[in-house]
Design a binder for this molecule. Structure first.
Ligand SMILES: [Zn+2]
Length: 93
């Protein structure tokens, strides 16, 4: 776990920065939990990692993508290319 994980403010931090940092930390924590829930579900056999991308249906390595971290087992399986598009928005190069 990185040192910033505990949520301690670095000395002399700007209060505006604190709110921003805490928001990002919450997001990271939820992301971490959701990804672990998926890994455990795969281990149990409750979730199966498919061989093809949900989006372009190409075969290869797929990444579990969460639209909503509060629903950790609702994942879309995307290839790195489609995952990048999903994260950074469609239509961008
Ligand atoms: Zn794809």
């Amino acid at each position: 776990m990185p040192s910033w994980w505990k949520g301690k403010a670095p000395a002399g931090e700007d209060p505006k920065q604190t709110a921003r940092r805490q928001r990002i930390q919450r997001e990271k924590r939820d992301q971490f939990r959701a990804q672990h829930a998926v890994a455990r579900a795969i281990d149990r056999g409750d979730l199966i990692r498919p061989a093809t991308c949900d989006e372009c249906h190409k075969e290869g390595k797929v990444i579990g993508h969460h639209e909503d971290y509060s629903k950790p087992l609702e994942v879309q399986w995307l290839c790195p290319k489609c995952h990048g598009k999903r994260l950074w928005g469609y239509g961008r190069p």
